[in-house]
Design a protein around this ligand. Structure first.
Ligand code: MLC
Ligand code: AMP
Length: 503
């Protein structure tokens, strides 16, 4: 490896010395490759990407479910010096089209049957990769000699662009560098006391920051074995838990485990660590988990733009339900008021952060970047919260209009924009209500203008435009919206009215 290279792949490989014979990746119970095999597997995919025309700085977009081939494709994109652009495998063709237009990938890697737009007009090559790990890309890789090593990269060079929908409804791509990702995994390694003695159970989707940059990166950085599943399934997780030391997931994973009587104290007994994040973990779930297993879940706070930001302490007694702990090493976190002055201890304000983990801005969106970053480098998270006298952080809400359902983000503006165009609709509001499984569920309410309105047509539009997790679980037709004196729809009032919908 080049001594100067900040390519994550070089960093990972250097940490695998002495672990060549150890399983790196176990998929559905079977070892796929050892740490010694890993460079050759990545090299074959790198050769395949080169043959498909991928060069340094190119964007490679991926729309498929978890598989070992997904992992090799990701690592090969980084090794090539190209930029990885994952997306939710459940996206509709309309959602994918927006991202392609913005990211201008040279290659789209996708499952054959998945929704992708007609690319006849766009200069994008396509290659298949199925959810079971088969497809034209793995077939091609299997025929090629590995293209060894990794392209030397600087810490500020882009590794990945992850799109979030944002409050305007238009997707914006967070630009994450090799330096962002390596600094963050190093901070997590230290904070959560990882070592090569660990085995991680991975049931998160690989297309989001949590599954990709936390679970996968920690395994690679620690030379820990990764046991990966296609997706979260309580039964499969319970079967694998006795074989691992660490499990991580969104709060829905924990409520689903607790709902399963087979999840016993014995199953959890010898595990080292259970971690939760991506959405608030209810203290009731934290307490029920402790009662059942004796483990206190370690809750941490992150976001796509900065990967992981804060964490509860490693010591069990220091993990306090309802709080997200302290900033990770190297991360600064301030709670500010409207004038950007730091608020006193215990007072709620906007959370802003700075550190080597924070992204370089939004891809080709200088105005969105300028809105989120201050001149002094602090990034406005859109979350609100407070610090206690020790500096421990509690998230109390969000200033951004965002619903988090089962750990997936849904930006109301994106849905409102489309529903407002439906004939007969006068006004629309999309909001979140409590949901026992997903934490929050998406709801919509509309008022009508007196013209022809067809609920069936509206539902069909929703189904064709939005991935299932973004689709409102119900659409209510109202005579009028609750509004404030300025005429603004009061979403808090709507949330209150429909709060009991799923209880
Ligand atoms: C699936 N559905 C959802 C949903 N997931 N609806 C709302 N919210 C969700 N999250 C839909 C399905 O399409 C289905 O629709 C119905 O709800 C029930 O499906 P299911 O079979 O019960 O769902 P399942 O496939 O099991 O998925 C649930 C889940 C999944 C919790 C396992 O959503 C998941 O893996 N979430 C993790 C998300 C994640 O990794 N977030 C990290 C983002 S990074 P129907 O009606 O057709 O039956 C980040 C930064 C950070 O936030 O801090 O980590
Ligand atoms: P995403 O854009 O998918 O990365 O989601 C990031 C958002 O998830 C953050 O800005 C928070 O609003 C929320 N989030 C992540 N972790 C937590 C947590 N532990 N508690 C509360 N909210 C969280």
């Amino acid at each position: 490896m080049s001594a100067q290279s900040a390519n994550l792949i070089d960093i990972f490989h250097a940490r695998h010395a002495g672990h060549e014979g150890k399983p790196a990746l176990v998929w559905r119970g079977e070892t796929v490759c050892s740490f010694g095999d890993l460079p050759r597997s990545i090299g074959r995919y790198r050769a395949a990407l080169a043959q498909l025309g991928v060069r340094r700085g190119d964007r490679v977009m991926v729309k498929t479910d978890n598989s070992p081939a997904f992992v090799f494709t990701y690592l090969a994109v980084l090794a090539s010096g190209a930029i990885f652009v994952p997306m939710n495998a459940a996206y509709t063709a309309a959602e994918v089209a927006l991202l392609i237009e913005d990211a201008e990938p040279v290659l789209l890697v996708h499952a054959a049957a998945t929704a992708v737009p007609d690319l006849a007009e766009a200069p994008v090559r396509r290659v298949t990769l199925e959810g079971d790990g088969s497809g034209a890309l793995p077939d091609l890789a299997a025929t090629l000699e590995p293209l060894g090593g990794a392209e030397p990269m600087g810490a500020d060079d882009l590794a990945a662009i992850l799109f979030t929908s944002g409050t305007t409804g238009r997707p914006k791509g967070a630009m994450l560098t090799h330096g962002n990702l390596s600094s963050n995994v190093a901070a997590l390694f230290e904070t959560w006391r990882f070592s090569d003695a660990d085995t991680i159970l991975h049931a998160l989707p690989l297309f989001h920051a949590h599954g990709l940059f936390v679970a996968l990166h920690l395994a690679l950085f620690s030379a820990a074995t990764l046991r990966m599943l296609p997706k979260f399934d309580a039964k499969a997780v319970i079967a694998e838990l006795p074989l691992v030391s660490v499990f991580m997931g969104v709060p829905t994973f924990y409520t689903r485990l607790l709902d399963n009587p087979a999840f016993t104290r014995d199953v959890a007994a010898a595990r080292r660590l259970f971690i939760s994040g991506s959405a608030p973990l209810l203290p009731s779930v934290f307490n029920a988990f402790e009662e059942r297993t004796g483990h206190r879940i370690l809750e941490r706070y992150g976001m796509t733009e900065a990967v992981m930001i804060t964490s509860n302490p490693y010591e069990q007694a220091g993990r306090i339900p309802g709080t997200v702990g302290f900033p990770l090493p190297g991360v600064s976190l301030r709670v500010i008021d409207g004038a950007r002055a730091e608020v006193p201890t215990g007072e709620v304000g906007e959370i802003e952060i700075k550190g080597p983990n924070v992204c370089r801005g939004y891809w080709r969106r200088p105005e969105a970047t300028a809105e989120s970053f201050h001149a002094d480098g602090y990034f406005l998270t859109g979350d609100t919260g407070f610090k206690d006298s020790e500096g421990r952080v509690t998230i109390s809400g969000r200033s951004k209009d965002l619903i988090i359902s089962g750990g997936y983000n849904v930006y109301p503006a994106e849905i409102e924009m489309i529903l407002a165009e439906v004939s007969g609709v006068q006004d629309v509001a999309v909001f979140g209500v409590p949901h026992p499984d997903f934490g929050e569920a998406v709801m919509a309410a509309v008022t009508l203008d007196g013209g022809a309105f067809d609920m069936g047509a509206m539902e069909a539009l929703i189904a064709s435009r939005f991935a299932r997790f973004k689709q409102p679980k119900a659409v209510h037709v109202l005579d009028e919206f609750p509004r404030n004196a300025m005429g603004k729809i009061l979403k808090a009032k709507l949330r209150e009215t429909y709060a009991g919908s799923f209880s």
